[in-house]
Design a protein around this ligand. Structure first.
Ligand SMILES: Cc1cc2nc3c(=O)[nH]c(=O)nc-3n(C[C@H](O)[C@H](O)[C@H](O)COP(=O)(O)OP(=O)(O)OC[C@H]3O[C@@H](n4cnc5c(N)ncnc54)[C@H](O)[C@@H]3O)c2cc1C
Length: 411
């Protein structure tokens, strides 16, 4: 059996590696001319790391990432709303990694290349034709049309998926909720022990901070990732900019909004951190509505192409990796690609649909919104504002839905 995969992102590369591990031949087609080390930080949770560890990638990830040991949710004034150990520190068998997106992609791409599965770059997917026993995918390569044949076609081509647009031609662009996320990475002294993650402020004015690498030239320092999120327009407004991780942000506008929010996070000073950052990126917070189906016969969607979601709860990439594992298992257990694809969609579409909806309500970070609504000027005693049961039901409800509760991962 041979799978053609559109897209050399986290989803496409994970799919290639997982299918290869089940003895299925794969070929990846990537529109970019090279797989660059793009973007800034990303968190990958133990449920996804378990899958990557089974592919033999754990040592590589330990080498390039930071094992996150603690997560804090706080309000704008730095008052703690929720704090918990993460990854191995929480008793998981696998770590949570805070990692540079480009480094994660490189680990996956290097592993794919070792199996002779390096992506064919410069191939932009345009259309497909399928028959009773095969599928042919067509690509634009330097202005000429080239085609490849396989037993199945996987669209792992991200939030702007061309394959999804063929299935749903009237869908239009991603849905923007009016929030812009400015992001950057900067070399700093470790904050606390150098393994912690901070998420401060409600959904429309939030600061996130976590280290992503110890591999920096200055001794004793780390590369840290930050995100500053602010609402700038109404939900459903036309996006001024396309969703593109490499878009450079407007520093003056960012600083104006940052002053208005006035974070007071003790030893974490967002303004100073941002001032020290050379390159600032901006990205609209957008997702897509859940789909009524992902597949037609031998052709299916995976990752953001299937279920683009707001980046809360650190789950988009992790869910793409879980898709890959599920599809590989379904294909390995079947002689029929269409049957395996149908089983994969049955297993993965319902939970990812629920996560899209849950992320629209703030995901686990909804606990911060709740406290903000009830105590916008802060609190003396958290228990007067929200009960432990309410907090637990949001946080554990989310981790169970997304599949990263400790019992789900360690079993
Ligand atoms: C600001 C932000 C922060 C995030 N933080 C996290 C986090 O902490 N944890 C987490 O798990 N997730 C996070 N995510 C989500 C995560 O980045 C995505 O869910 C993940 O990258 C999806 O992977 P993918 O492979 O499906 O898509 P992509 O990473 O978008 O890859 C798609 C690939 O397909 C290629 N492609 C597109 N069209 C074509 C075509 N026609 N032909 C050929 N190739 C094509 C693209 O060039 C690209 O290489 C975040 C997202 C954002 C925006």
């Amino acid at each position: 059996m041979k799978a053609l995969i559109i897209g050399g992102g986290i989803g496409g590369l994970s799919a290639a590696l997982t299918l290869h591990a089940r003895g299925i031949e794969t070929e990846i087609f990537e529109q970019s001319s090279a797989l660059g080390e793009l973007g800034v930080g990303i968190n990958t949770l133990p449920h996804a790391i378990k899958e990557l560890a089974e592919l033999g990638l754990l040592e590589d990830l330990i080498r390039v990432g930071i094992q996150t040991s603690e997560l804090t949710y706080a309000n704008r004034l730095g008052q703690t709303i929720w704090q918990e150990p993460r990854g191995k520190a929480a008793g998981y068998d696998y770590p949570q990694f805070s990692i540079h997106r480009g480094k994660l992609l490189k680990v996956l791409a290097d592993a794919a290349a070792m199996h002779g599965g390096a992506p064919r770059t410069g191939h932009r997917f345009t259309r497909f034709e399928q028959g009773p026993s095969s599928v042919t995918a067509y690509f634009d390569k330097d202005g000429a049309e080239v085609s490849y044949q396989g037993d199945l076609l996987i669209g792992a081509d991200g939030i702007h998926s061309s394959l999804r647009a063929i299935f749903f031609p009237g869908e239009g662009p991603p849905l923007w909720d009016g929030v812009v996320q400015w992001r950057g990475a900067v070399i700093k002294e470790p904050w606390k022990t150098g393994n912690e993650m901070m998420v401060a402020g409600p959904r429309n004015s939030k600061f996130i901070y976590y280290p992503i690498s110890n591999d920096v030239k200055e001794p004793g320092k780390q590369l840290v990732n930050w995100t500053f999120t602010i609402k700038m327009a109404e939900f459903g407004s036309a996006m001024q900019n396309s969703a593109d991780w490499t878009r450079i942000g407007d520093r003056r506008l960012l600083e104006k909004y940052l002053q208005e929010v006035d974070f007071q996070l003790g030893s974490l000073d967002p303004a100073a951190i941002i001032r020290a950052t050379d390159q600032i990126f901006e990205y609209p917070r957008c997702d897509r509505d859940p789909l009524p189906y992902w597949s037609r016969g031998r052709v299916t969607l995976l990752g953001d192409a299937a279920h683009a979601m707001y980046p809360v709860g650190s789950n988009g990439a992790s869910q793409a990796i879980l898709d890959a594992r599920c599809l590989a298992d379904c294909l390995a257990g079947s002689n029929s690609a269409p049957d395996a694809i149908a089983a994969y969609e049955d297993a993965r579409r319902p939970p990812t649909t629920d996560i899209i909806h849950r992320n629209r309500r703030g995901g686990p970070e909804q606990v911060i919104d709740l406290v903000e609504e009830r105590a916008p000027e802060g609190f003396d005693r958290l228990a007067d504002v929200v009960s432990e049961e309410e907090l637990l039901s949001i946080i554990k409800g989310y981790s169970t839905l997304a599949g990263f509760e400790k019992d789900q991962v360690n079993k």
